[in-house]
Write a protein that binds this ligand. Structure first.
Ligand code: MRU
Length: 353
């Protein structure tokens, strides 16, 4: 069954995505017409967020097989998509699912099967995230009951519906809590250098959830001052021992949270857990272009301002851009997935599901 999803949808024999490189300033939907369009959309972060990367790759396979459903085309598309971004394991999870659904089929049966399998991945992600919202709400309710002011939550990057096929992961409990009438406020960290925090602020504003944008470096001070009751982020890959890779800056928040006794949760679907990866040291960390650090994107500060790209560091300035970091399992108070809330060091129970 098709679930409406603004981030990604099938439109006849092509796919339409919401181009996240234009947000929060412009809401532009663009068609993906081929495998190379899908691969470029992932690589260039027109679509981003681990679950949405996986779903886009699945639809990329469907686009590839639309043009050529041979074994060779299937394997070439698989290899092309796997090479787009290294850290989010949902990419490999989705491509493995597509392989399982398609490999044994005769070429003539693959086209329709590929669209169906991609659609199933998309619908499954939305359903998993809805369940994360319900389990996360149960985590937030007692914290809200104990609070003497609106519950103060902090998140990092964007793990909302933009990053998934519906509801979001870290934002799913927040949306569920807001819908349940909990009085809450969200600290949104900017998330340099790509500023995905702006996407979170955009999402929360649309949903009417009270929030405040802060520079990444303000997080430690806010936590130390007792102005944060819990931190929730998403993840791009969770190792079997619970070590979790997420957007760079997550680790610093987890350290500050632990130092000040503030609970830190990761919300992620089963598709983000990599049981083949023993611990955080085995997680590949994407290193992106140094120009993402040297340049900043926005709009001119005038009425109807035009998109602008501004250089903030000289071309010759050396810049390093690791896109993710790893938070050790010991710093996590729990992992909220579609099956419930688990200690990060006891994920084996999830593997059985
Ligand atoms: O580089 P991005 O924007 O794809 O990174 C996204 C994140 O780090 C998210 O927190 C993570 O993918 C979880 S999304 C539900």
């Amino acid at each position: 069954m098709s679930i409406p999803c603004p981030t990604l949808r099938r439109d006849g024999d092509r796919v339409v995505i919401l181009d996240q490189t234009r947000l929060p300033w412009q809401e532009v939907f663009v068609p993906l017409d081929s495998l190379s369009d899908a691969a470029a959309a992932i690589r260039d972060m027109q679509v981003r967020g681990a679950p949405l990367i996986g779903a886009t790759a699945a639809f990329g396979i469907a686009l590839a097989l639309r043009d050529d459903a041979s074994d060779a085309a299937l394997q070439a598309a698989d290899a092309c998509l796997r090479a787009t971004r290294p850290t989010a394991v949902n990419l490999h999870w989705a491509l493995d699912r597509m392989q399982d659904a398609l490999r044994a089929l005769p070429a003539a049966a693959r086209r329709a099967a590929a669209w169906n399998a991609a659609e199933a991945i998309r619908a499954g992600d939305a359903a998993a995230n809805a369940a994360i919202g319900r389990h996360g709400l149960a985590v937030l309710q007692p914290l809200a009951a104990a609070a003497t002011r609106p519950l103060q939550l902090m998140t990092h990057c964007n793990a909302g519906w933009l990053a998934t096929c519906g509801h979001g992961t870290a934002l799913a409990p927040i949306y569920a809590a807001h819908a349940a009438g909990l009085d809450l406020h969200v600290w949104v960290s900017e998330t340099r250098p790509r500023n995905q925090g702006l996407l979170t602020a955009w999402e929360l504003a649309r949903a009417g959830v009270p929030h405040t944008l802060v520079a990444d470096n303000a997080a430690g001070w806010l936590i130390a001052e007792g102005r944060v009751d819990a931190v929730i982020t998403g993840a791009d890959r969770i190792a079997a021992n619970g070590d979790s890779a997420n957007k760079v800056g997550t680790y610093l928040k987890a350290l500050a949270a632990r130092a000040h006794g503030v609970p830190f949760y990761i919300a992620a679907p089963r598709s983000t857990i990599d049981f083949g990866c023993p611990d955080g040291r085995a997680i590949p960390i994407e290193e992106r272009s140094a120009d993402e650090v040297r340049l900043i994107h926005g709009i001119a500060d005038t009425a109807g301002g035009a998109p602008l790209c501004v250089r903030i560091a000289a071309d010759a300035t050396a810049a390093c851009n690791p896109a993710f970091d790893v938070t050790p399992a010991a710093l996590l108070d729990g992992i909220i997935c579609e099956f419930g809330v688990f200690p990060a060091t006891a994920l084996a129970a999830v593997a059985q599901r």
